[in-house]
Design a protein around this ligand. Sequence first.
Ligand code: CDP
Length: 212
Amino acid sequence: MAAPIVIAIDGPAASGKGTLARRIAEAYGLPHLDTGLLYRAVGARCLADGVLENEAASIAAARMLDLSTLDADSLRGAETGAAASVVAARPGVRAALLDLQRSFAAQPGGAVLDGRDIGTVICPDAAAKLFVTASAEERAVRRFRELSARGAPQSLAEVLADIKARDARDSGRSAAPLVQAEDAVLLDTTDLGIEAATEAALAIIRSRLGAR
Ligand code: CDP
Protein backbone atom coordinates (compact mmCIF):
# COMPACT_ATOMS: atom_id res chain seq x y z
CA MET A 1 0.00 0.00 0.00
CA ALA A 2 1.18 3.55 -0.72
CA ALA A 3 2.63 5.46 2.24
CA PRO A 4 0.10 7.75 3.94
CA ILE A 5 0.26 11.41 2.90
CA VAL A 6 -0.07 13.86 5.78
CA ILE A 7 -0.24 17.53 4.79
CA ALA A 8 0.09 20.23 7.47
CA ILE A 9 -1.19 23.74 6.81
CA ASP A 10 -0.68 26.49 9.37
CA GLY A 11 -1.10 30.23 9.42
CA PRO A 12 -2.73 33.20 11.13
CA ALA A 13 -6.42 34.12 11.21
CA ALA A 14 -8.10 34.61 7.82
CA SER A 15 -4.92 33.86 5.85
CA GLY A 16 -6.90 31.56 3.54
CA LYS A 17 -5.46 28.36 5.00
CA GLY A 18 -8.90 26.82 5.53
CA THR A 19 -9.99 27.21 1.91
CA LEU A 20 -6.61 26.01 0.68
CA ALA A 21 -6.69 23.01 3.00
CA ARG A 22 -10.15 22.02 1.71
CA ARG A 23 -9.03 22.31 -1.90
CA ILE A 24 -5.80 20.39 -1.30
CA ALA A 25 -7.74 17.64 0.48
CA GLU A 26 -10.11 17.43 -2.50
CA ALA A 27 -7.23 17.30 -4.98
CA TYR A 28 -5.58 14.41 -3.11
CA GLY A 29 -8.82 12.69 -2.07
CA LEU A 30 -7.85 12.97 1.60
CA PRO A 31 -9.98 13.69 4.69
CA HIS A 32 -9.58 17.22 6.06
CA LEU A 33 -9.70 18.51 9.63
CA ASP A 34 -10.03 22.23 10.38
CA THR A 35 -8.50 22.11 13.86
CA GLY A 36 -9.58 25.70 14.57
CA LEU A 37 -13.10 24.31 14.86
CA LEU A 38 -12.05 22.25 17.88
CA TYR A 39 -10.85 25.34 19.74
CA ARG A 40 -13.88 27.27 18.53
CA ALA A 41 -16.20 24.56 19.89
CA VAL A 42 -14.47 24.66 23.29
CA GLY A 43 -14.62 28.48 23.31
CA ALA A 44 -18.31 28.45 22.34
CA ARG A 45 -19.14 25.92 25.09
CA CYS A 46 -17.35 28.07 27.68
CA LEU A 47 -19.06 31.26 26.45
CA ALA A 48 -22.47 29.58 26.60
CA ASP A 49 -21.77 28.38 30.15
CA GLY A 50 -20.28 31.74 31.23
CA VAL A 51 -16.99 30.09 32.22
CA LEU A 52 -14.47 31.48 29.69
CA GLU A 53 -12.14 32.64 32.47
CA ASN A 54 -12.27 29.26 34.21
CA GLU A 55 -9.32 27.16 33.04
CA ALA A 56 -10.50 23.89 34.61
CA ALA A 57 -13.93 24.24 33.00
CA SER A 58 -12.34 24.84 29.57
CA ILE A 59 -10.14 21.74 29.94
CA ALA A 60 -13.23 19.70 30.90
CA ALA A 61 -15.04 21.05 27.82
CA ALA A 62 -12.09 20.06 25.62
CA ARG A 63 -12.08 16.52 27.04
CA MET A 64 -15.81 16.18 26.33
CA LEU A 65 -15.52 17.33 22.72
CA ASP A 66 -17.11 15.03 20.16
CA LEU A 67 -15.99 15.57 16.54
CA SER A 68 -19.21 14.13 15.17
CA THR A 69 -21.34 16.84 16.80
CA LEU A 70 -19.38 19.89 15.57
CA ASP A 71 -21.52 22.35 13.63
CA ALA A 72 -18.97 24.34 11.63
CA ASP A 73 -21.42 27.00 10.52
CA SER A 74 -22.51 28.02 13.99
CA LEU A 75 -18.87 28.30 15.13
CA ARG A 76 -17.64 30.82 12.55
CA GLY A 77 -18.59 34.03 14.39
CA ALA A 78 -16.07 36.65 15.57
CA GLU A 79 -16.91 36.23 19.27
CA THR A 80 -16.32 32.49 19.01
CA GLY A 81 -12.97 33.09 17.28
CA ALA A 82 -11.83 35.36 20.09
CA ALA A 83 -13.00 32.86 22.75
CA ALA A 84 -11.19 30.07 20.85
CA SER A 85 -7.94 31.99 21.02
CA VAL A 86 -8.36 32.48 24.79
CA VAL A 87 -8.90 28.78 25.56
CA ALA A 88 -6.25 27.75 22.99
CA ALA A 89 -3.53 29.46 25.05
CA ARG A 90 -4.10 26.94 27.89
CA PRO A 91 -1.79 23.92 27.78
CA GLY A 92 -4.44 21.67 29.39
CA VAL A 93 -6.91 22.46 26.62
CA ARG A 94 -4.29 21.74 23.94
CA ALA A 95 -3.30 18.47 25.62
CA ALA A 96 -6.94 17.37 25.76
CA LEU A 97 -7.27 17.87 21.98
CA LEU A 98 -3.97 16.25 21.00
CA ASP A 99 -5.01 12.58 20.62
CA LEU A 100 -8.06 13.43 18.59
CA GLN A 101 -5.94 15.38 16.08
CA ARG A 102 -3.18 12.78 15.92
CA SER A 103 -5.72 9.98 15.39
CA PHE A 104 -7.27 11.94 12.55
CA ALA A 105 -3.84 12.38 10.96
CA ALA A 106 -3.07 8.66 11.37
CA GLN A 107 -5.83 7.46 9.02
CA PRO A 108 -4.50 4.85 6.58
CA GLY A 109 -4.24 7.05 3.47
CA GLY A 110 -3.25 10.17 5.37
CA ALA A 111 -5.03 13.47 5.95
CA VAL A 112 -4.88 17.24 5.58
CA LEU A 113 -5.00 19.26 8.82
CA ASP A 114 -5.00 23.02 9.12
CA GLY A 115 -4.40 25.13 12.20
CA ARG A 116 -1.63 26.91 14.08
CA ASP A 117 0.64 24.09 15.34
CA ILE A 118 0.09 21.23 12.89
CA GLY A 119 3.58 21.29 11.38
CA THR A 120 5.30 22.04 14.69
CA VAL A 121 3.45 19.95 17.31
CA ILE A 122 0.62 17.78 15.97
CA CYS A 123 2.26 16.32 12.84
CA PRO A 124 5.97 17.21 12.95
CA ASP A 125 6.67 14.38 10.44
CA ALA A 126 4.10 15.55 7.87
CA ALA A 127 5.19 14.89 4.28
CA ALA A 128 4.40 18.46 3.23
CA LYS A 129 4.04 21.60 5.35
CA LEU A 130 2.69 24.96 4.24
CA PHE A 131 2.69 28.18 6.23
CA VAL A 132 0.04 30.43 4.71
CA THR A 133 0.08 34.12 5.48
CA ALA A 134 -1.09 37.52 4.20
CA SER A 135 -0.86 41.08 5.51
CA ALA A 136 -3.09 41.88 8.50
CA GLU A 137 -4.94 44.48 6.39
CA GLU A 138 -5.71 42.01 3.60
CA ARG A 139 -6.79 39.35 6.10
CA ALA A 140 -9.08 41.88 7.79
CA VAL A 141 -10.75 42.70 4.45
CA ARG A 142 -11.31 38.99 3.76
CA ARG A 143 -12.74 38.32 7.23
CA PHE A 144 -14.87 41.49 7.01
CA ARG A 145 -16.44 40.22 3.77
CA GLU A 146 -16.99 36.78 5.25
CA LEU A 147 -18.64 38.15 8.40
CA SER A 148 -20.72 40.65 6.38
CA ALA A 149 -22.01 37.79 4.22
CA ARG A 150 -23.09 36.06 7.44
CA GLY A 151 -24.97 39.23 8.43
CA ALA A 152 -22.68 39.83 11.40
CA PRO A 153 -22.27 43.61 11.77
CA GLN A 154 -18.67 44.63 12.55
CA SER A 155 -16.72 47.52 11.06
CA LEU A 156 -13.54 46.88 9.07
CA ALA A 157 -11.58 48.67 11.81
CA GLU A 158 -13.05 46.35 14.46
CA VAL A 159 -12.20 43.28 12.39
CA LEU A 160 -8.62 44.51 11.89
CA ALA A 161 -8.24 45.16 15.63
CA ASP A 162 -9.58 41.66 16.36
CA ILE A 163 -7.16 40.07 13.85
CA LYS A 164 -4.20 41.93 15.36
CA ALA A 165 -5.20 40.98 18.92
CA ARG A 166 -5.58 37.34 17.90
CA ASP A 167 -2.21 37.35 16.03
CA ALA A 168 -0.53 38.71 19.17
CA ARG A 169 -2.21 36.17 21.47
CA ASP A 170 -1.60 33.19 19.14
CA SER A 171 2.03 34.11 18.47
CA GLY A 172 2.90 35.28 21.97
CA ARG A 173 1.58 32.34 24.00
CA SER A 174 4.04 29.82 25.42
CA ALA A 175 1.91 26.74 24.60
CA ALA A 176 2.38 25.81 20.93
CA PRO A 177 2.67 29.38 19.63
CA LEU A 178 1.86 30.20 16.02
CA VAL A 179 5.24 29.86 14.32
CA GLN A 180 6.41 28.59 10.94
CA ALA A 181 7.97 25.13 11.19
CA GLU A 182 11.57 25.07 9.97
CA ASP A 183 10.69 22.73 7.12
CA ALA A 184 7.43 24.50 6.13
CA VAL A 185 7.19 26.42 2.85
CA LEU A 186 5.90 29.99 3.22
CA LEU A 187 3.01 31.01 0.95
CA ASP A 188 2.10 34.71 1.11
CA THR A 189 -1.39 35.13 -0.35
CA THR A 190 -1.64 38.93 0.09
CA ASP A 191 -1.67 39.51 -3.68
CA LEU A 192 -3.11 36.16 -4.74
CA GLY A 193 -6.75 35.38 -5.48
CA ILE A 194 -8.03 32.03 -4.33
CA GLU A 195 -7.40 30.28 -7.67
CA ALA A 196 -3.81 31.53 -7.90
CA ALA A 197 -3.22 30.67 -4.23
CA THR A 198 -4.57 27.14 -4.78
CA GLU A 199 -2.30 26.62 -7.79
CA ALA A 200 0.71 27.87 -5.84
CA ALA A 201 -0.12 25.65 -2.85
CA LEU A 202 -0.60 22.56 -5.04
CA ALA A 203 2.70 23.23 -6.83
CA ILE A 204 4.54 23.46 -3.50
CA ILE A 205 2.97 20.25 -2.25
CA ARG A 206 3.64 18.37 -5.47
CA SER A 207 7.29 19.29 -5.31
CA ARG A 208 7.49 18.35 -1.61
CA LEU A 209 5.84 14.98 -2.15
CA GLY A 210 7.95 14.34 -5.22
CA ALA A 211 11.08 15.05 -3.21
CA ARG A 212 10.35 12.34 -0.67
O1 CDP B 1 -10.52 30.84 10.94
P1 CDP B 1 -9.50 31.57 11.72
O2 CDP B 1 -8.16 31.54 11.06
O3 CDP B 1 -9.95 32.91 12.17
O4 CDP B 1 -9.33 30.84 13.11
P2 CDP B 1 -9.39 29.30 13.41
O5 CDP B 1 -8.39 28.57 12.57
O6 CDP B 1 -10.79 28.84 13.39
O7 CDP B 1 -8.84 29.26 14.93
C1 CDP B 1 -9.45 29.96 15.97
C2 CDP B 1 -8.45 30.07 17.11
O8 CDP B 1 -8.15 28.75 17.61
C3 CDP B 1 -7.10 30.65 16.74
O9 CDP B 1 -7.04 32.06 16.88
C4 CDP B 1 -6.11 29.96 17.69
O10 CDP B 1 -6.00 30.64 18.91
C5 CDP B 1 -6.79 28.63 17.98
N1 CDP B 1 -6.14 27.50 17.29
C6 CDP B 1 -5.01 26.96 17.83
O11 CDP B 1 -4.51 27.45 18.84
N2 CDP B 1 -4.42 25.86 17.29
C7 CDP B 1 -4.94 25.31 16.18
N3 CDP B 1 -4.36 24.22 15.67
C8 CDP B 1 -6.09 25.87 15.57
C9 CDP B 1 -6.67 26.98 16.14
